[in-house]
Write a protein that binds this ligand. Structure first.
Ligand code: HEC
Ligand code: HEC
Length: 445
């Protein structure tokens, strides 16, 4: 795991020792220090958020010390602490004026069994709840609402914790730009199919030629700038930041998958490797030094996982991206009709629960047992299920009665739009002992 920048030491001609910073080091620096968006809120708003919590939690926060209260606020909204720092968040740049600005780690830095891993999906993020509470406190403190606060009035930011409607943020922001990135309010925004997604782990980006769940976009640094295409960042400004995003992509591609933290039954895993190679590798590739990744997209009619993400990017939107500065005017081709989802590399898969593009399946055991996937589940904050390999959960036949809207967001309800846990029935070809062996092997990737 890489947390702080590693400087490669070089002797230069004069025999002097100089430290040379790599592009990846700069990428991490930029991500954690440079603000590309206006602030979401300031420190004073953050510190008051507990005041709008439901009674029981508010009472606890009121009794707490400032340090305890900060930890409660981080936990309530899924804000991660930056590794190596006691007080700084990972998913926000905090400016010298104590203003908090979202960065890529808001969604792409998460914790696994209580340990923060930059590049792991943030499976705790409660972005909509956070934004609603920020707006309430700003009204009390007579402060102006930000672009996020206003967006949350018209667009659901995320209806289940750990997942966000970020694909649709991208559709809205991209659609209002002409091919040269000029903002144009009169452009047509396609019909929006709101749905939530679980971000993929960043450490697998280096194995991919094409990115996103349907592998529709050739990997490049420009397309990663979608997230900062808010109207006030005009075309020239966007383009002036291009080199930063080369460094950010270099950082992403420098990440290594984390190693499984607990004991593994090596001989069982070896048996699992054989079975995996016979049944799974044709889509997911092979692992180890000579590992090979086929980057195979599987038609949705065969795969049968939730189709909404695929349908949410209309052909005209994909075609426009193919003509845009973001794809270097099609030199980094856009697949206009991908037809399905890509089988992702499974390196570090033990640490990227929940599974499938929509985060609907809490453990690898449940991936391997399609008929036993829970209809409704709720995770614990830091529990890790070493038997089933993934999130520690409780499951429910139906939602408990009388939940508030915000309480519902902590339950994953697979009956909701875009949240089906169906499909990917390939493991049904294995018998129970073969599944045990494959599960053990998956820990080692
Ligand atoms: C609001 C949450 C959110 C933020 C903020 C965010 N992302 Fe993402 N990111 C996602 C989601 C969700 C996906 C999956 C999208 C898909 O597959 O269609 C994704 C996909 C990606 C991928 C493709 C990974 C793959 O394996 O296909 C990369 C690379 C990436 N994001 C980089 C970034 C960078 C760089 C930033 C900051 C400039 C950023 N993201 C900000 C949620 C976010
Ligand atoms: C025909 C191709 C294909 C085969 C065979 C296949 N898979 Fe997959 N797998 C996929 C696709 C496509 C996805 C992405 C599904 C989605 O996100 O909707 C996937 C997703 C997964 C995931 C979730 C990954 C994540 O990060 O969310 C796991 C785990 C997985 N497969 C394991 C296996 C195992 C184990 C086998 C063998 C028993 C297997 N797969 C066989 C195509 C395949």
């Amino acid at each position: 795991m890489r947390m702080i920048c590693i400087l490669s030491l070089l002797f230069c001609c004069g025999g002097q020792l100089v430290a040379e910073e790599t592009s990846a080091d700069r990428g991490y620096q930029i991500l954690t220090s440079k603000a590309y968006l206006p602030p979401d809120f300031d420190q004073a708003v953050l510190e008051d958020l507990w005041k709008v919590w439901p009674e029981e939690q508010r009472a606890k926060a009121e009794q707490a010390t400032p340090e305890e209260r900060r930890a409660m606020i981080y936990s309530y909204y899924g804000i991660m602490q930056r590794p190596g720092s006691e007080t700084t968040p990972l998913g926000y740049v905090v400016t010298p004026e104590q203003k908090w600005v979202m960065n890529c780690f808001t969604c792409h830095g998460g914790k696994v069994a209580g340990t923060v891993i930059p590049g792991a999906p943030n499976s705790h993020l409660a972005l909509h709840t956070l934004t609603e509470d920020v707006s309430k406190i700003k009204l009390q403190q007579l402060k102006k609402l930000s672009h996020m606060d206003l967006a949350a009035i018209g667009i659901p930011l995320g209806t289940t914790h750990g997942t966000t409607n970020s694909v649709i943020f991208g559709v809205v922001l991209d659609s209002l730009r002409d091919p040269d990135m000029n903002f144009d309010r009169t452009r047509k925004v396609p019909q929006l199919l709101h749905h939530d997604m679980d971000p993929p782990a960043w450490w697998n980006v280096k194995r991919k030629q094409k990115i996103y769940a349907d592998a529709f976009m050739t990997k490049n640094h420009r397309v990663l700038m979608q997230f900062i295409l808010i109207p006030r960042n005009h075309a020239q400004k966007i383009k002036s930041w291009e080199a930063d995003f080369e460094d950010i992509l270099a950082y992403i591609e420098s990440l290594e998958a984390p190693r499984y933290r607990w004991p593994v039954d090596e001989s069982l895993a070896q048996q699992g490797k054989q079975i995996f190679n016979d049944h799974c590798a044709r889509c997911h590739g092979t692992y180890g030094d000579d590992g090979d990744y086929p980057e195979k997209t599987v038609a949705i009619a065969e795969l049968k996982t939730d189709p909404v993400r695929l349908q949410s990017l209309p052909p005209a939107y994909r075609a426009a991206l193919n003509q845009s500065w973001l794809s270097r005017y099609g030199k980094d081709p856009v697949v206009e009709d991908p037809g399905g989802y890509v089988a992702p590399p499974l390196n570090g898969v033990w640490a990227s629960a929940p599974y499938f593009h929509n985060g609907s399946v809490p453990t690898l055991w449940h991936v391997l047992h399609p008929a036993e996937r829970p209809k409704i589940w709720k995770r614990t904050e830091n529990g890790y299920d070493k038997q089933k390999v993934g999130l520690e959960i409780s499951s429910f036949p139906k939602l408990p009665d009388n939940l508030s809207i915000r309480q519902k967001r902590s339950y994953f309800d697979t009956s909701q739009f875009g949240k089906a846990a169906s499909g990917h029935d390939y493991p049904n070809a294995l018998n129970p002992s073969e599944k045990r062996a494959v599960l053990e092997y998956l820990k080692t990737l």
